[in-house]
Design a binder for this molecule. Sequence first.
Ligand SMILES: Cc1cc2nc3c(=O)[nH]c(=O)nc-3n(C[C@H](O)[C@H](O)[C@H](O)COP(=O)(O)OP(=O)(O)OC[C@H]3O[C@@H](n4cnc5c(N)ncnc54)[C@H](O)[C@@H]3O)c2cc1C
Ligand code: FES
Length: 509
Amino acid sequence: MAQEQNTPQGPNLTQGVALTDFVDGKLLGHVGDEAVLLVHSGGEIFAISAHCTHYHGPLAEGLVTGESVRCPWHHACFDLRTGEAERAPALSPVACWKVERRDGRIVVKDKREQPKPRGAMAKADAPQRIVIIGGGAAGFAAAEMLRRRDYRGSITMLSDDDAPPVDRPNLSKDYLAGSAPEDWLPLRPDDFYGENNIDLRLKAKVAGIDARQRQVALAGGERLSYDRLLLATGAEPVRLPIPGADQPHVHTLRSLADCRAIIELTKNARRAVVIGASFIGLEVAASLRTRGVEVHVAAPEARPMERVFGPALGDFVRALHEEHGVVFHLQDTVTAIDGKRAALKSGGTLDADLVVVGVGVRPRLALAEQAGLAIDRGLTVNEYLQTGAPDIYAAGDIARWPDPHSGERIRVEHWVVAERQGQAAAANMLGHKERFDSVPFFWSQHYDVPINYIGHAERWDTITIEGDVKAKDCLLRYSRDGRVLAVASVYRDLDSLKAELAMEQAAAR
Ligand SMILES: Cc1cc2nc3c(=O)[nH]c(=O)nc-3n(C[C@H](O)[C@H](O)[C@H](O)COP(=O)(O)OP(=O)(O)OC[C@H]3O[C@@H](n4cnc5c(N)ncnc54)[C@H](O)[C@@H]3O)c2cc1C
Ligand code: FES
């Protein structure tokens, strides 16, 4: 994910511009050395920082809807009036400037103090003690949102990981490839937790939940009481039950520790074998190629990612990796790993100084099961992300929720969904009633090519393709019975945002 350089373009906005200079309601300029975007919407002019606080996406290429602008890269959304990050994956606000109209010109003045967020704030009768199990996307976003909404009660975040919440998607992308510095990884600096009175406890494994007593039990025996509990235990990689999978050069990838162990091995590895040709496996393949390691990918399917993207995009992904030197062994699998040799089902062996297993994940449901909560291929929650126990909420990879867009109960493994669910659960734990009705979104990145996907289509009967897949300029619509369920795109960011808006509007009708 390349970060854009912040070289201010366009006019000096403190000197004034004319409304006729705007194109499609937007104008990019600068104030000093800061890039500023002017937006003309609803008869008003707003001035905000031109770059998204997630990965510096260019908001000038985003979609304006009323008083919000959506980022073209990963669909964060900012309030034009306050700058607040209304939708993850951005969590921090963008700066806003005062604007004046003088003699028919629009003049940008000083930066404004960050106003209070416009969302509903914590009420006086908010619960006293909130416990969050999970220090990942959903758990972190919930804690952050609780404090953003001025919640003053106690927040305890329990994570059995040894690292504070990190930007997990980066672990298979730029960080693994060696092109992102370490300081991109933490979702917040270490002092954020103390400063915000969030009791983040690492290496704290929760062993059980007593829903009747409203207590969680830590593996060490300590018990913590809660008024509201958020379960955000995520998912764990499926391990391959094959001989040799327990050797030190065989890894799955979920945590920062996993990622560091793989990076360490790449220092002396000539060749890696990746087992699995889905998202994690292929992103890892791309990152290892960037590090100059030879990569062979073995997977049972005929086309990479066909189950999610269909044949055209699957072929594109395969060709993209082959152009970068990846060798595929499709409709095949690794049956055993004997030292540095991986045996293929089809016969033959592959040399492997490093093996990365990316064959899917399983939601971590043990705690929910033990607490007697309803399980159906995930932890069942209602539209407010509440489980059958009214004080217990769930978010992220474990939650199966009623999705208004597909009309089905779904469970997904998407970063942005986990964060947005954490945020919605936070509001609901405070006594608000916020339906979780976001259109699911994920992105995947292979070398310099991002693929964005909105909606959810487990099955489809038609794929319509606009543009040219091979030319990396396309939008694919996945429909069933004439209804578009999902849209994938490569370098069609604005169209992807428009398709997302259309899905939101269709569900609201
Ligand atoms: C390498 C990698 C790359 C990815 N890339 C993308 C991407 O590009 N786009 C995308 O949309 N998605 C991506 N994902 C998926 C995305 O990261 C997940 O969907 C998201 O992290 C789910 O958030 P979560 O909070 O549900 O779970 P997690 O982020 O996994 O967090 C779960 C937390 O719960 C803790 N925990 C679990 N059980 C216990 C227990 N008993 N006691 C205490 N703590 C416990 C864990 O330690 C962890 O802190 C990627 C995932 C990985 C691993
Ligand atoms: S860069 Fe804006 S959402 Fe990621």
